[in-house]
Write a protein that binds this ligand. Structure first.
Ligand code: GLN
Length: 559
């Protein structure tokens, strides 16, 4: 049967699969390979195929599945896309993540439209063609290599159509245009004192039974893999010895590209794809400089993260990375104190809060822990602790000001109290009748105009910014005057002035909230300005110094 996927001469494709176990760091391996290829001057994009049936992860519980990463165009995507963006420093979009659910919805929509009239619609070829089409769409004249990560583990029931699709893909686009990278685990067994290759053999056998012979095997392990073991894997799994890559645990995720380069992963992938290695010499200087900073912190700063999903730190992955990036900039190691918001009321007299150098209140949904977050915002306000509120964080800060500075007793967000006398955070009219949950929030990138001379404007050093959003509720502008009179400053708003995007408290060292999610745009070598300045203020607090005025030089250039 002829394939629906046309040959594309320009882009090459790397498919990354995983075996043996989940959580081996497939996303980080794929991202690190992406970084290495970029450091060779190649143009890279990335994509993740997820075998679950949700149309996107937007409706999943972050406490189980981890953070939902939001792209510029408002895609609600898997958290691995955050790693991709941070490592390859390219903006991805909603097409960079596809799920079984999304694929089936479009196949079923086509069936209803009559596109397959007369045919029996089947996994092969209709579902596999849809998968291939979505991968093929990522190819363009502007991309040299498309790296595609397949979520899940080889051997899972749900993964089969994806494996079949990527198997066919090599035939469609030509052998030299595809490289299969398979990630496995090589465990060390204490009783026998040995590293074991059997799980790797089994998962490669499983992959082969689906028709894919990997080109490269990346072995995750806590100890480096010896040459003898590499030889064994090479022999049993039928790959050249240079294609057995030892990916030993790294001290920082940002070290992984260097670990993989030392094993010459990028050389081998280029060779497999027919990319002229000599014509694309690697320049790792920027990344090595970054690692040098990461490895030589001069101090430690303690930041409390007050949220409700603190048992699964992946729920706040981009927030944590953004804090770390700010730390790299300041040569400060960020020590995180995960504080369950529900416990805050019991902690108000404790050293635990007093000893924090800074606090972050990240985003979230639902009522649980809200009162604790409001109390944490108030505590930071009263004790001059630097605070950055993200989305829900801004909302609880506004509630704190309303109740405790403006005297609006019972002020709340309509999300948590539909009968509140003072809905200082409320639904916008266009959200009131929305009943569907998936993809119906204010999503993606929006412009905000900053109020000159505010802390936020000084941090950014510009007058207008764009940040990514993911929320339903907004600052209720009916209360804006009242809250401003009580001391709150609105430091940024939508260009039409209707939506408040940033708030702060003048006179406080750093008490800043944003309705957006700036954490998604932070990069290891380019920390986000708000996180950078939160850590500046936290360092000042730790040093007992008066807060510095920030970013004035930058501001001078603008005004
Ligand atoms: N639950 C709040 C809203 O929907 C905040 C969302 C968030 O923090 N991302 O507006």
């Amino acid at each position: 049967m002829p394939s629906a996927v046309a040959h594309h001469a320009v882009s090459k494709f790397v498919f990354v699969t995983g075996g043996v176990s989940s959580s081996l760091g497939k996303g980080l391996t794929a991202s690190s390979l992406g970084r290495l290829l970029k450091c060779r001057g190649l143009r890279v994009t990335m994509c993740k195929l997820d075998p679950y049936i949700n149309v996107d992860p937007g409706t999943m519980n972050p406490g189980e599945h981890g953070e939902v990463f939001v792209t510029e165009d408002g895609g609600e995507t898997d958290l691995d896309l955050g790693h991709y963006e941070r490592f390859i420093d390219e903006q991805l979009n909603r097409n960079s993540n596809t799920t079984t659910g999304a694929i089936y919805s479009s196949v079923i929509a086509k069936e209803r439209r009559g596109d397959y009239l007369g045919k029996t619609v089947q996994v092969i070829p209709h579902v596999t063609d849809e998968i291939k089409e979505r991968v093929r769409r990522l190819a363009s004249d502007e991309v040299d290599v498309v790296i595609v990560e397949i979520g899940g583990t080889v051997g899972d029931i749900e993964i089969v159509p994806f494996i079949e699709a990527i198997r066919q893909f090599r035939r469609d686009v030509g052998r030299d245009n595809v490289c299969y990278v398979h990630l496995t685990l090589v465990p060390y067994l204490v009783p026998s004192g040995e590293q074991k290759t059997k799980p790797t053999q089994h998962s490669v056998t499983e992959l082969r039974s689906r028709g894919i012979q990997p080109d490269v095997i990346v072995c995750r392990s806590d100890q480096p893999i010896s040459d003898g073991l590499k030889r064994k894997i090479s022999l049993l799994c039928d790959v050249p010895i240079e294609a057995v890559i030892s990916a030993v645990d790294a001290s920082s995720i940002y070290e992984i590209p260097l670990v993989l380069h030392e094993q010459r992963l990028d050389d081998f992938v280029c060779r497999t794809l027919g990319i002229d290695e000599a014509g694309h010499p690697i320049d790792l200087r920027g990344w090595e400089d970054l690692m040098a900073r990461i490895e030589s912190p001069e101090r430690t700063i303690r930041i409390g993260v007050v949220g409700k999903y603190v048992n699964l730190p992946d729920a706040y992955l981009s927030v944590v990375e953004a804090l770390r990036h700010a730390g790299f900039h300041h040569r400060a190691e960020i020590e995180l104190d995960w504080i369950d918001a529900e416990t805050i009321p019991d902690l108000l007299d404790s050293d635990r809060l007093r000893e924090l150098d800074g606090i972050v209140i990240p985003g979230g949904f639902g009522e649980r822990g809200i009162e604790g977050m409001v109390a944490a915002a108030g505590y930071a306000r009263l004790h001059a602790i630097p605070l950055l509120g993200l989305c829900l964080g801004l909302q609880v800060m506004v509630i704190d000001v309303a109740r405790n500075l403006a005297g609006l007793e019972g002020a709340n967000s309509r999300e948590f109290d539909s009968l509140t006398p003072y809905p200082v955070i409320d639904l916008m009219p266009d959200q009131v009748n929305v009943t569907e949950k998936g993809g119906t929030m204010r999503l993606g990138s929006y412009v905000a105009m900053l109020t000159p001379s505010t802390r936020v404007a000084k941090a950014y050093g510009t007058e207008s910014v764009t940040e990514r959003h993911r929320h339903r509720y907004e600052f209720n502008s009916r209360f804006k005057r009242l809250l401003e009179e009580a001391g709150l400053a609105c430091s940024g708003a939508s260009p039409d002035g209707r939506l408040v995007e940033f708030v702060e408290l003048p006179g406080h060292p750093f008490w800043v909230g944003t309705q957006a999610h700036p954490e998604f745009k932070s990069r290891p070598d380019r920390p986000h300005p708000l996180f950078r300045e939160l850590v500046t203020a936290a360092i000042d607090r730790a040093d007992g110094r008066e807060p510095r005025l920030i970013g004035l030089e930058d501001l001078d250039q603008v005004h």
